[in-house]
Design a protein around this ligand. Structure first.
Ligand code: ADP
Length: 176
């Protein structure tokens, strides 16, 4: 029987930290599905189609990896795929607290599905989609944070001042 893993997230946009986790997780399974959560209630910078396209391009050289959008409970999507494992990445202690809580709830909802957490590579320990968006919005260099096509998509999104003003980007004040 094939082992299938699901690596879910919002990937708004995919970063080198996500790509590193996906590359390492791909070795663990016969098939790895990158699940892109379609979160209609929360406004994201990129549409689901854009997030899927960027992830597809970023992961195109990884064998046995495919990208799919989903909505609803992650465990239900995992069941639909026949995935027994959910992969998550851990950076700092606060990631652990959130992942621990989600793992307990997911386990209650779907006891047959287990969670595997991979530690971030130290090069990406500081990296998140939010940070990347804030740097892009302020016109900073994104080298080593995202692949060139993602940097291009971000530059395009923030090309005009109106887009910058209307973008729903959580700021941690890199500019103060
Ligand atoms: P965010 O980057 O905002 O945490 P996601 O929901 O897209 O967003 O993240 C999906 C998964 O990838 C989560 O488990 C998250 O902890 C993990 N992840 C995100 N960035 C990194 C990184 N730089 N290194 C390791 N794991 C990461």
């Amino acid at each position: 029987m094939k082992t299938i893993g699901l690596y879910p997230g919002t990937f708004d946009p995919i970063t080198n930290g996500h790509i590193d986790i996906a590359s390492r997780a791909a070795i663990l399974f016969d098939q790895l599905v990158i699940g892109i959560y379609d979160r209609p209630l929360k406004s994201l910078l990129f549409s689901t189609e854009e997030r899927i396209a960027m992830a597809n391009e970023a992961l195109k050289d990884l064998p046995h990896v495919r990208v799919e959008g989903y909505s609803g409970l992650t465990v239900n999507f995992a069941r639909q795929l026949g995935a027994r494992f959910i992969v998550r990445g851990l950076r700092v202690i606060s990631d652990f607290e959130l992942e621990f809580q989600m793992a307990q709830i997911n386990r209650k909802l779907a006891p047959e599905i287990d969670m595997i957490c991979l530690m971030t590579d130290i090069r990406y320990a500081f990296l998140s989609s939010s940070i990347v968006k804030e740097v892009a919005m302020a016109g900073g260099c994104l080298e080593e944070m995202v692949p060139p096509h993602v940097a291009g998509a971000l530059a395009k999104k923030f090309a005009d001042a109106k887009a910058r003003a209307e973008a729903n980007v959580k700021l941690i004040s890199l500019r103060d």
